[in-house]
Design a protein around this ligand. Structure first.
Ligand code: SF4
Length: 303
């Protein structure tokens, strides 16, 4: 399937410093290299980034960028999922969350004290997306982006993916015509953005298994109510949470080896990619993230 991007989307790719290969006449010389530029996430005022070169493949006949072939991994037969015991604790909590409507779910997250992160958070981070026509129902979106956990800025603002990583994610989505605020009546142009954890781990440490287990019922219910048509899972913990029930040894599998395929979570196609914060530190991976985004778009358009 050809991926047709308009001038605005191409401009956004330029802003991401990701240059894609467009079909050229046969007489055109082969591409040499793609300059990819980025910044280190940690310093507030990073030094000039080095220019790295990533070899590009020769131009394909129709598709403007080499995109991994979509391999749909069928949902596995029912089997015990490697989910920590806390996620299925017999206290009825997960069942209660699974029965909540959208307002009840928002209220439950805002007041949640199921794990110790409630003691250090400033705000819960439920997620962000376009305004719903009816506040009692979730917004209508085709895209769902699942990240890992709120950072300092997200904790302060109560919104996921703000700051440099959020700006990069917004630019990537905009390159395929999608935004977190969307457009009225155009779900295909709207994304809802969430994290696996709704509260910030202190010091931006990695989420603990127990914290993920306690928070997962919220994510599962968000997906059930939003009913997105494609999920983009960014970062190790998001990928592990969504694929734990379908990919053996997912916790021991490097994220790079999980890319390039289409998985399923509760029947929704899932595409794996790098976390934008990682992309800010690892410049050559931006081109791979763009390929992941193209795979997600292709998967969505093929439905
Ligand atoms: S991280 Fe999730 S489970 Fe833990 S307190 Fe926050 S909302 Fe509750």
């Amino acid at each position: 399937m050809a991926l047709n991007l308009d001038a605005r989307q191409r401009a956004m790719l330029e802003e991401m410093r990701v240059r894609v290969w467009w079909p050229q006449p046969a007489a055109q010389p082969q591409p040499a290299a793609v300059p990819v530029q980025g910044s280190n996430q940690a310093p507030a005022d990073p030094p000039p980034a080095p220019v790295l070169r990533v070899a590009e493949p020769p131009p394909p006949p129709r598709v403007p960028i080499a995109v991994p072939v979509a391999v749909v991994v069928p949902e596995p037969a029912p089997a015990p999922a490697p989910v920590p015991a806390a996620a299925v604790a017999p206290d009825g909590r997960a069942d209660a969350i699974a029965a909540m409507d959208w307002p009840a779910l928002q209220h439950a997250v805002a007041g949640c004290q199921a794990c110790k992160l409630c003691g250090t958070r400033r705000n819960t981070v439920f997620g962000v997306g376009p305004a719903a026509a009816d506040p009692a129902t979730p917004p209508h979106v085709d895209w769902l982006v699942v990240g890992e956990a709120p950072g300092e800025q997200e904790d302060l603002r109560g919104e996921p993916f703000v700051g440099p990583a959020g700006k990069l994610l917004d630019n990537m989505l905009r390159a395929v015509g999608v935004s977190r605020h969307g457009e009225a009546g155009a779900p295909q142009r709207a994304a809802f953005i969430v994290n696996v954890l709704k509260c910030r781990p202190p010091g931006n440490r990695n989420p603990a298994l127990e914290e993920i287990a306690q928070c997962e019922p919220f994510l599962k219910r968000q997906i059930a109510l939003l009913r997105p048509r494609i999920i983009l899972a960014v970062g190790r913990f998001a990928v592990q949470s969504l694929l734990a029930g379908s990919v053996p040894n997912v916790h021991a599998t490097p994220l790079g080896r999980l890319r390039g395929k289409v998985y399923r979570y509760e029947g929704v196609p899932v595409v794996v990619s790098y976390h934008p914060a990682y992309l800010l530190r690892s410049l050559p991976e931006k081109a791979k993230a763009w390929a992941d985004l193209c795979l997600a778009l292709e998967t969505l358009q093929a439905q």
